[in-house]
Design a protein around this ligand. Structure first.
Ligand code: IVH
Length: 698
């Protein structure tokens, strides 16, 4: 898309615009748009940004200011035009230029051998050339460009008619608003692709839902499909969707000149063309093979590495590469004959819902947990699954004895996809939600605006135990060898009554218990002692304040010097913090307004738990100040979380992916795609664990 010279020129221009603070005027507005498009491409398509988000925003604001003052100068493909027009009422139905067919599926090598044989017979060739690419597991879309401008975006719908979602597709930053198809003599083109939410963004999105007490989504596909049909376009933008474009379904040639580039004659040529025009096509993932044997090897290798990809795929798509041959092979009524999907091992399974248990959480929320006939999904056995709340049971139409479909996408917690009402025999039973707490018998209460029934007895044994379990858990105070079972046991025996009790355990008594040898007692003692100096955000998270997850806890910790500072912060002040909305602010405020909570925190401090924000003092002047790090592969000398903490302690920062913002990639054993990617970016220093160790100790 951008060659070396263009990249250099645009980067020099960028620096000039940032450093000399050039204002945007009629004479240079197009240059500024080019600069912004270039950085969008680096960030969203190539995943190799050259400037910081802050710098991008400052350039963007310049353009926005100019366009507000001179609306007559706005062009439809200006980077500002992604910003949607507020709320959409309804999505009009539109007909696709060519029906969006689905693909025939295959599940093993024999299926592929059969398909290859048919392709060879129909084409009278001995060997067919195939191009192979991932089968992206998202929501399919169709995009139409006319005279180089994005003119329409639509969902698949029933394959013939879909929803027109142009404003929402414009929110996807890897979808160019304009592309120079005219250089290929193309006047109109329909492109197909898949919209995805990557695993990281999906996790963040689901965590937020959980923090808000909303059932999480089963997989990123549902998240992407749902996001495309949201009526609030700004919200679509916040979901950080991505799009892979993998198929040209229709083309109308316009005026061509001697200078026109040749239109591709192969599928891989189309993928290259799209890539060079600024689309995120699977250009890097695609491979071309002569004959089916090599294809079979490639799809198997890809399946083995499936979990290392940043997004979900559910298989591979194999396509006859020659477009003329594709035409010749044609289609059946359902599928093209020139392509086939190779499906990976299912992450879904059917099983029976045989019972429901009601568990009381640390906030008193009563969660129904479905007991299942054990079943293997995605490599693990699942025998129980959260069914969240009463409304969820109604929505999913669940009954005891039902056959249900469950899914476990990657490392996502398994979820119920649906029940099969059509398979009921008549002896299934309704799931009845209790009216009293199953632990303390206190009457349950469901606030009007919530979906959750709660036990409001804060001394309810289940809540106290769950609060302690949460406090000592891995993501909170990380007290190893404590564990759920020990918390329950110590509580039942009266050795542990509340959270501060973690620091006053009677070890003499514990050592008399079965299974508590000297070694395990010393271990427990050491780990408890070590937890006293955990960073503040872990304590905040450990307190189990409603709506305060790990991310919010980090934000909160960064905003105070001492935990008790929160007593004096108003809801308004709290709301000014990143990601803290009205609901979260109110929850934090009422937590610290409760004298019993403050008392408990003070007790912790007296018992030696550090409540100061030590991080601020430590991070300035460390020998890694200003440097960014990422760890990949299996580490032998360090636990990854310890290594990351060391970086932060020395003033460095951990980044989430390989980009030009990364300074050091620390490589353990069996490093994979991150290492390959880093090798292509000259500025990244690739170092071993030993070298890292030297850096932090010097
Ligand atoms: S090609 C005419 N390529 O899988 C054939 N499809 O059942 C056009 N999909 O509806 C489809 N990744 O939504 C193609 N690399 C890929 C794909 C892909 C995902 C989806 C697509 C299609 C479904 C097939």
């Amino acid at each position: 898309m951008y060659n070396r010279e263009q990249t250099k020129e645009l980067q020099e221009l960028t620096e000039k615009y940032i450093k000399s603070n050039i204002t945007c005027e009629t004479s240079n507005v197009n240059t500024l748009r080019d600069i912004l498009r270039f950085h969008e491409y680096r960030y969203y398509v190539q995943n190799e940004p050259l400037i910081s988000d802050f710098e991008y925003d400052s350039l963007y604001k310049k353009l926005e200011k100019f366009e507000t003052e001179h609306p007559e100068n706005i062009t439809p493909d200006s980077p500002t035009q992604r910003v949607g027009a507020g709320l959409v009422k309804d999505f009009p139905k539109v007909q696709h230029l060519v029906p969006m067919l689905s693909l025939e599926n295959s599940y093993n090598a024999d299926d592929l051998l059969d398909w290859d044989r048919k392709c060879r017979e129909l084409s009278s060739l001995d060997v067919v050339e195939y191009s192979v690419e991932p089968k992206f597991d998202g929501a399919s879309i169709s995009l139409i460009y006319e005279n180089d401008l994005l003119n329409r975006g639509a969902t698949r719908g029933d394959g013939v008619v879909g929803d027109e979602i142009t404003v929402n597709t414009k929110q996807i930053k890897s979808v160019p608003l304009s592309a120079k198809f005219s250089e290929y003599g193309i006047q109109q083109i329909e492109i197909r692709g898949e919209v995805l939410m990557n695993k990281n963004n999906f996790k963040r999105y689901n965590d937020k839902l959980i923090e808000e007490g909303i059932p999480p989504l089963a997989n990123p596909r549902n998240a992407a499909a749902g996001s495309l049909r949201i009526k609030d376009t700004a919200e679509v933008g916040r979901r950080n969707l991505e799009a892979f474009l993998y198929h040209v379904s229709y083309m109308v040639s316009g005026e061509s000149s001697m200078l026109s580039k040749k239109q591709p004659a192969t599928h891989s040529g189309m993928i290259d063309m799209l890539w060079h025009l600024g689309f995120r096509s699977p250009q890097r993932e695609m491979k071309i093979f002569k004959g089916i044997d090599a294809v079979i090897n490639y799809v198997n290798d890809f399946e083995a590495g499936r979990d290392n990809l940043p997004y979900e795929i559910d298989g591979m798509v194999i396509k006859v590469n020659d477009l003329q041959l594709q035409d010749k092979l044609g289609m059946t009524s359902h599928h093209p004959r020139w392509a086939i999907a190779f499906k990976f091992k299912a992450r879904q399974a059917t099983t029976k819902l045989i019972g429901v248990e009601f568990q009381v959480g640390r906030t008193g929320a009563v969660t129904p947990v479905a007991k299942l006939e054990p079943v293997q999904v995605g490599g693990v056995t699942v025998s129980s699954i959260s069914i969240h709340n009463e409304d969820y049971i109604t929505e999913k139409d669940l009954m005891l004895g039902d056959t249900i479909l469950i899914e476990r996408a990657g490392d996502v917690i398994p979820q119920i996809v649906k029940s099969f009402a059509e398979l009921r025999k008549g002896d299934e039973q309704k799931i009845i939600f209790p009216k009293h707490c199953p632990v303390c018998s206190h009457v349950l209460y469901r606030p009007a605006e919530e979906a959750v029934w709660r036990c409001t007895n804060i001394n309810c044994q289940a809540q106290v135990v769950e609060r302690i379990i949460h406090f000592v858990s891995k993501d909170a105070m990380d007290i190893r060898s404590f564990g759920d079972a020990n918390v329950r046991k110590f509580y039942e025996l009266g050795f542990l009554k509340d959270v501060p009790g973690v620091y006053t355990l009677p070890f003499d008594e514990l050592s008399k218990l079965d299974g508590f040898g000297e070694k395990s007692i010393t271990n427990l003692q050491t780990n408890i002692e070590a937890s006293k100096t955990q960073p503040l955000h872990r304590i905040i998270y450990g307190l189990g304040i409603r709506y305060v997850g790990e991310t919010t806890a980090k934000t909160l910790a960064n905003n105070v010097e001492h935990l008790l500072d929160f007593i004096n912060l108003s809801e308004e002040v709290l709301q000014q913090m990143e990601d803290v909305g009205v609901k979260v602010a109110s929850s934090i405020h009422s937590f610290f307004a409760d004298a019993a909570n403050v008392e408990m925190i003070k007790k912790l401090e007296v018992l030696g738990v550090h409540l100061k924000n030590e991080k601020k003092a430590l991070t300035t002047g460390g020998n890694l100040t200003g440097q960014t790090f990422l760890f990949t592969g299996t580490m032998l000398k360090f636990k990854r979380s310890d290594a990351e903490a060391l970086v932060e302690k020395n003033g460095g920062k951990i980044v989430s992916g390989v980009s030009s913002k990364l300074n050091y990639l620390v490589v353990g054993e069996d490093a994979g795609s991150k290492l390959e990617k880093a090798k292509k970016i000259n500025s990244i220093k690739i170092i071993s664990e030993e070298e890292f160790e030297k850096m932090v100790s010097s």
